[in-house]
Design a protein around this ligand. Structure first.
Ligand code: NAD
Length: 260
């Protein structure tokens, strides 16, 4: 059980981050949500997590594209909930373009949100974890942290960076009771991806099932999406005491993608 622990999850008003926040709350942790969206919808998510699981749940709209926003998120969670014991660096964006046409401002934004925010939250969270002798840092990388696809140079670079950062931090903290790991999902069914299925089915004049199988999941041998709840359950396991010897790992949940 994670009762008495506080989890801070970046980018958690949607998709994988929200599922991780729910899984950690279900295990008993107090949870801080982060991310953008409709204020009433976010308040409904926050209230539901608190009510469903009997935990404290707050939301902070900190902008992870700046170092001050990322650092401030961890500081404010610690101020409001007492500590940050479990840090989940989940926030992410994507931009797809050939490298010679890749807009430099998109490159900078993607590296800031995916890679640098992970550094800034971690550097602020680590001292208190070390002092307590317990902590969990869980970075949501991607199969693209281990292998590449064309036209995703910034994302692939940032996610490989997250995997490297994970290993270095794990080694630094190895004797402190703080673990640091990366989860590397393949394609996960999030609202974003579901929209792509509908759009591609129209463009290709294919059934949605064929688009999933032959277009989107061409790289994923299981030919089905990872579900957000699966990533949530994995994160909850990594946060548990049973996972204390797992550190510095880039753990795949990719339906066999990187086994090829
Ligand atoms: P999503 O778009 O559903 O959610 C992203 C979240 O981040 C939202 O809550 C959004 O409000 C928030 N966000 C965006 N920019 C922000 C900013 N500047 N500051 C604060 N919050 C911000 O995404 P998702 O599909 O759930 O992806 C979550 C993570 O998982 C990302 O790191 C992504 O790269 C990774 N991932 C996703 C997949 C997939 O197939 N969906 C696969 C592998 C890895």
């Amino acid at each position: 059980t994670l009762s008495g622990k506080v989890a801070a999850v970046t980018g958690s008003t949607s998709g994988i981050g929200l599922a991780i926040a729910e899984a950690l709350a279900a295990a008993g942790a107090d949870v801080a949500l982060n991310g953008f969206g409709d204020a009433a919808a976010i308040e409904a998510m926050r209230a539901k997590i608190a009510a469903d699981h009997g935990v404290r749940c707050i939301h902070l709209g900190s902008d992870m594209s700046t170092g001050a926003g990322a650092a401030g998120f961890v500081e404010q969670v610690a101020a409001q909930l007492g500590s940050v014991d479990i840090l989940v660096n989940n926030v992410g964006i994507q931009h797809v373009a050939p490298v010679d046409e890749f807009p430099p401002e998109k490159w900078d934004a993607l590296i800031a949100i995916v890679l640098s925010s992970t550094f800034h939250t971690t550097r602020v969270a680590v001292p208190a974890m070390k002092a307590k002798g317990w902590g969990r840092i869980i970075n949501i990388a991607s199969a693209h942290g281990l292998v590449a696809s064309p036209f995703k140079s910034a994302y692939v670079a940032a996610k490989h960076g997250v995997v490297g950062f994970t290993k270095s931090v794990a080694l630094e903290l190895a004797e402190t009771g703080v673990t640091c790991n990366a989860i590397c999902p393949g394609y996960v069914r999030t609202p974003l991806v579901e929209g792509q299925v509908v759009d591609q089915a129209k463009v290709h004049n294919m059934s949605e099932a064929d688009v999933i199988r032959n277009v989107i999941l061409a790289v994923q041998p299981t030919k089905r999406f990872v579900e957000t709840g699966e990533v949530g359950a994995f994160a909850a396991f990594l946060a548990s005491d049973a996972a204390r010897s797992i550190t510095g790992a880039a753990l795949t949940m990719d339906g066999g993608w990187t086994a090829r």
